[in-house]
Write a new protein. Sequence first.
Length: 136
Amino acid sequence: MADKPFRVLPRVTPENEHFWRGGRQGELRFLRCRACACYIHPPAPLCPRCLSRDVAPEAVSGRARLATYTVNHQPWYPGLDPPYVIAIVEIEEQPDVRLMTNIVNCEVDRVEIGMRVSVTFEEHEDVWIPLFEPAS
């Protein structure tokens, strides 16, 4: 565990468990409306497009595009050493579904808006944090 940076872990609930534990199977999961096929994030009990309550977890490809980012240079937590990239990515299946994440396995000066990235997971206790790295 010492080789992993410090992370503030989310509170896992029945409503968000699919998202935080999907990484165990290597899957990035979002709720998806069965009526209109809209992906929903953050998790909600009904579809924001059609208001259907028929929503269920579904895995996506894990591919995304970097929409925007910033480089943090402030040492906020011991073990989370700067500089590191804080990013917003848009998932390939539905670009209006965006995640705040970190870009990893990439030099800070090589990060570019528009770059293709893919999900990787960092396990902490019973949570798998979705992070993104340059797509190969």
